[in-house]
Design a protein around this ligand. Structure first.
Ligand code: PRP
Ligand code: MN
Ligand code: MG
Length: 183
């Protein structure tokens, strides 16, 4: 019987620490967005778990939307080309948008999305990124709500994948080097 945890070298952030951090951000967002009728917009697929946990921890009414973007393909480095796999299903014009992301790495994905939403006439666009990897930043993006700053290691779990696997790990972890050997 194979187990997704067999490929893990070490855990970086536990499920409990993720929950605590998301609760803190959700409490702040509940204050900042009270009476703003916000739209929480998750970037699939990576942000699926962050959105699920975050939205339950927020106490104010909010609309939940999704957009599927892809830039990584099968590798461990961003291509810089953002592909819209599935667009958001609501009109963002005049709305206060909070983007929910799992990680900001090069910054290409968020830079593109923030510009796109503003060009569609959003009233405001802010970002919550659970993870941030400053060593890999190419484009500067203003992230209002930050989770964890992590070292320059390729991480998986809690929505983050390597070659579409490991998203279903419940914590954030570093894979054994042999898993991406030959890339
Ligand atoms: C990953 C991650 C972020 C983005 C961050 O998505 O979930 O969305 O890359 O990297 P960047 O700052 O260098 O743009 P990916 O393109 O792998 O798609 P996925 O969410 O479906 O895994
Ligand atoms: Mn993503
Ligand atoms: Mg990915």
């Amino acid at each position: 019987i194979s187990d997704v945890r067999e490929d893990i070298d070490h855990e970086l952030i536990s499920r409990e620490d993720i929950q605590t951090k998301i609760n803190d951000v959700a409490a702040q967002v509940s204050v900042d967005y009270a009476d703003k009728d916000p739209v929480f917009l998750a970037v699939l697929k990576g942000a699926v778990n962050t959105m699920a946990v975050f939205s339950q921890a927020v106490s104010i009414p909010a609309q939940i939307e999704f957009m599927t973007l892809s830039s990584y393909g099968a590798g461990t480095a961003s291509s810089g080309q953002i592909k819209v796999i599935q667009d958001v299903r609501c009109d963002v014009k005049g709305r206060n948008i909070l983007i929910v992301e799992d990680i900001i790495d090069s910054g290409y994905t968020l830079d593109w999305l923030v510009r796109e939403l503003k060009s569609r006439g959003a009233a405001s666009v802010e970002v919550f990124a659970l993870l941030e990897k400053p060593a890999r930043r190419v484009v500067d993006v203003d992230v209002k709500y930050k989770g964890f700053t992590i070292p320059d290691e390729f991480v998986v779990g809690f929505g983050l994948d390597y070659d579409e696997k490991y998203r279903n790990l419940d914590s954030i972890a570093v894979l054994k080097p042999e898993v991406y050997e030959g890339e």
